[in-house]
Design a protein around this ligand. Structure first.
Ligand code: RIB
Ligand code: CA
Length: 313
């Protein structure tokens, strides 16, 4: 079977970095057409730089990396240095990238790529705020029906919020963009906190990364050691959730995940619950289902896949 063509839209972020590594380590299943950076965990100049650092770490300096939107569609940018550190990839020392950043704006690249491919052949994998995706849909509405599927990390139902009591970070940063995407009619698979909070970097799992004896394994272990401090203190959990790699793992082994096709609406007006993903998990309304909302994960299978693939780099 031909590899699935994807565009990764990302705000690296240590967990984004692991997701990008997983995708680039899986060429039989995934063809990464391009990586588009968006402002999120840290500002855009850092997310586009970090995306290139990760592609070079994967040994794929020819990957096309683009810079996209540097702020949400209508709101001020909210960042998450408190989780990811000032650089967004805190933990190990990282050299500046030498591979080029593409001249074209990420939004124009997304539009051009969807226009150039047959309908239903390109999957969008957003790992950060949905600003680039929604802006592309607004600028070129005809591309919406060409998207094969959107597989994104964002939102929550049972786990509620991580940046506010009601909202998950990616959705909260740009709720207007999220509403455009969830209302678009594109088939959507959602990896919410309900699933990613089951992908915890326990010590044996991090030790498995370090035991690889490779630069990639060492970097992933060092990133984990850094960003897990925040979640361990906040949740008292053993390890931290590896959010974004769940998106890529789904493309490789969808059977690792279970969920429900339900209606998901985005709160864009109430300041109290801004950015909340109101998932009709119990189907108590007659709102039309618009997303496959994941609820469970085979976490041992997930980390086995991760270790197997990262060891290839
Ligand atoms: O809430 C978790 C999400 O926000 C992840 O994508 C993480 O990288 C941050 O972007
Ligand atoms: Ca992210």
């Amino acid at each position: 079977m031909a590899p699935r063509k994807i565009i990764i839209d990302t705000d690296p972020g240590q967990d984004d970095a692991v997701a990008i590594l997983l995708a680039l380590a899986s060429p039989d299943e995934i063809a990464v057409l391009g990586v588009t950076a968006v402002a999120g965990n840290v500002p855009l100049p850092l997310t586009q730089k970090n995306a290139r650092i990760v592609c070079e770490l994967a040994g794929k300096p020819d990957t096309l990396v683009f810079a996209g939107c540097d702020a949400p569609m209508v709101r001020k940018l909210v960042t998450a240095e408190h989780v990811h550190g000032k650089t967004g990839l805190d933990g190990p020392q990282m050299a500046d990238p030498t591979m080029p950043l593409q001249e074209q704006h990420a939004v124009d690249y997304i539009i051009e790529t969807l226009r150039a491919h047959d309908a239903g052949t390109v999957t969008l994998c957003p790992l950060g705020p949905l600003t680039n995706i929604a802006t592309a849909f607004n600028n070129a509405p005809e591309i919406v029906e060409k998207v094969q599927e959107i597989v994104l990390m964002g939102g929550a139902y049972f786990q509620v919020g991580n940046i506010t009591p009601a909202a998950e970070f990616n959705i909260y940063v740009d709720p207007e963009a999220a509403k455009i995407v969830f209302d678009s009619g594109v088939p959507i698979v959602v990896m919410p906190l309900d699933v990613t909070h089951k992908a915890l970097t326990t010590r044996p799992r991090v030790d498995a990364f370090r035991a690889m004896g490779t630069k990639v394994g060492d970097m992933v272990a060092a990133w984990t050691d850094f960003f897990e401090r925040f979640d361990k203190e906040k949740y008292g959990s053993e390890g931290a959730p590896l959010h974004d790699p769940c998106v890529i793992a789904y493309l490789i082994q969808p059977e690792l995940f279970t969920g429900r096709h339900v209606n998901v609406e985005i709160e864009t007006t109430s300041e109290l619950t801004l950015g909340m993903t109101v998932a009709d998990w119990w189907r108590v309304t007659d709102r039309a289902p618009n997303a496959m909302f994941m609820g469970d994960l085979d976490s041992d299978g997930f980390f086995a896949l991760l270790a197997d693939r990262l060891a290839r780099l």
